[in-house]
Write a protein that binds this ligand. Structure first.
Ligand code: NIG
Ligand code: FE
Length: 409
């Protein structure tokens, strides 16, 4: 008999998602020690193997890995609800961007905001993410588009690491759009982004480029991403969202960790991702929120064996979404992904998109004890229950960091 810090027992299901496979353990149990998963399996077996001072009886509940959100723009000031009304009146996202609104509006607000104000609003958003079971979050810069504000955003993320419960993964997105003051000097702006790379090396793990109509070209992205790769950054690309540009093939060619959006990706693009091992990160809440009907070809990707990940893409313009469960629901009903596929997409595959699948994203002995207790007897309820708050409890490194109810289980 071994001694654990905590034993979760009698769960209707424990779904480890090991290696991305969804194979529920009925009447499951999990042993946690030193913030890591020590063991998991059927309750009677774990009861024989483990003693623990603290035991949680989870009858009727489901235990899944903490959700990972691999693509967010969570640091920003202001909000863009007025653009929703403009879009309802017939303007498109690109019309608004090209008229100096959209991302550029958020840039103005973010440049004016203090470090402290950005930090506080970020922590509030992370708190909501936690209540939705999200325990690891990627966060991009990209609403600064000048040296001072890009650094400010990345420093805010570093500061947030000291206060937030989640693991935060920072990405430098200096190449989000060309800022207004560089409108006629695109090359100079790309040069500026490249010149900032050594300076942000200690502040960001990934470099991302928004390649699209109204944003950057494949050639511009190549210059930035090759320089980033040479400095040892992991690479990400916003690809094939509003127009098909060839960004996916660039991502694959450069060995990017992920290619994100992919609404307009072609069969050739999918083959390139497969050959390169680049993870497709799909963002259906953007497609939904922009009233588009071009959802990414998720079924084709899955049938090809690609490790499809899902993300909120939380940002104030194209996806003010706070929940991976909501995104998973869209993926099921609008892209035909099964409940098992969406669960893998917001856990293990999302962790792959951040190069963290050895640490988080599944419940396996030795991995971080980040887990979510769902108030439902099966993981299928993730998408079966529409907008019912399902997250009962969240554990981060074995500690209870969120409880929906006041009573103790
Ligand atoms: O991922 N596509 C580029 N960036 C964001 C949108 C940002 C914004 O509109 O503020 C996205 O959709
Ligand atoms: Fe994005």
């Amino acid at each position: 008999m071994q001694e654990a810090d905590l034993l979760l027992v009698n769960a209707s299901q424990v779904v480890p998602v090991a290696g991305g496979r969804v194979e529920p353990i009925e009447n499951g149990a999990v042993a946690v020690q030193d913030g890591r998963i020590a063991d998991l399996g059927p309750t009677p077996l774990l009861r024989q193997r483990w003693h623990a001072a603290k035991i949680l009886d989870l009858q009727g509940k489901t235990v899944v890995p903490g959700f990972v959100d691999p693509h967010t723009h969570l640091v920003y000031a202001g909000c863009r609800h007025h653009e929703l009304e403009m879009r309802l009146a017939g303007k498109t996202y690109l019309d608004i961007l090209e008229a100096g609104g959209g991302i550029r509006y958020t840039v103005e607000q973010t440049r004016r905001a203090s470090h402290q104000a950005l930090l506080e609003s970020l922590l509030q958003r992370l708190d909501i993410f936690l209540s939705q079971g999200i325990t690891t979050v990627e966060i991009k810069s990209g609403y600064g588009l000048d040296r001072t504000t890009e650094l400010k955003m990345l420093e805010v993320v570093q500061e947030a690491r000291k206060h937030a419960v989640q693991d935060l993964v920072p990405t430098f997105l200096g190449a989000h759009v060309v800022p207004t003051e560089y409108r006629d000097r695109r090359r100079a702006y790309v040069d500026l982004v490249i010149s900032l790379l050594p300076e942000v090396r200690d502040l960001a793990e990934f470099v991302d480029v928004f390649v699209d109509e109204g944003a950057f070209t494949v050639d511009e992205a190549r210059r930035i991403l090759e320089a980033a790769r040479d400095l040892g950054f992991g690479l990400k690309v916003h690809a094939e969202e509003l127009a098909h540009t060839g960004a996916t093939r660039l991502a694959a060619e450069l060995g990017a960790v992920s290619a994100d959006h992919l609404d307009l990706a072609t069969d050739d693009d999918l083959q390139a991702l497969k050959a390169a091992g680049t993870v497709p990160v799909l963002l259906p809440s953007v497609t939904f929120f922009l009233f588009s009907s071009h959802y990414a070809p998720a079924r084709k990707m899955l049938d090809l064996g690609l490790p499809v990940a899902l993300s909120t893409d939380h940002n104030p313009g194209s996806s003010p979404a706070y929940s991976q469960i909501f995104v998973a629901t869209l993926a099921t009903f609008l892209m035909g992904m099964t409940p098992a596929e969406v669960l893998a997409a917001i856990t293990y595959n999302a962790a792959r998109a951040l190069n963290r699948h050895h640490l988080v994203g599944s419940l396996e002995p030795g991995k971080q004890a980040d887990l979510v207790v769902l108030d439902a007897p099966s993981y299928v309820h993730l998408v079966y229950d529409l907008a019912r708050p399902l997250v009962e409890m969240v554990l981060k490194r074995g500690e209870i960091v969120y409880r929906r109810r006041a009573f103790a289980l």
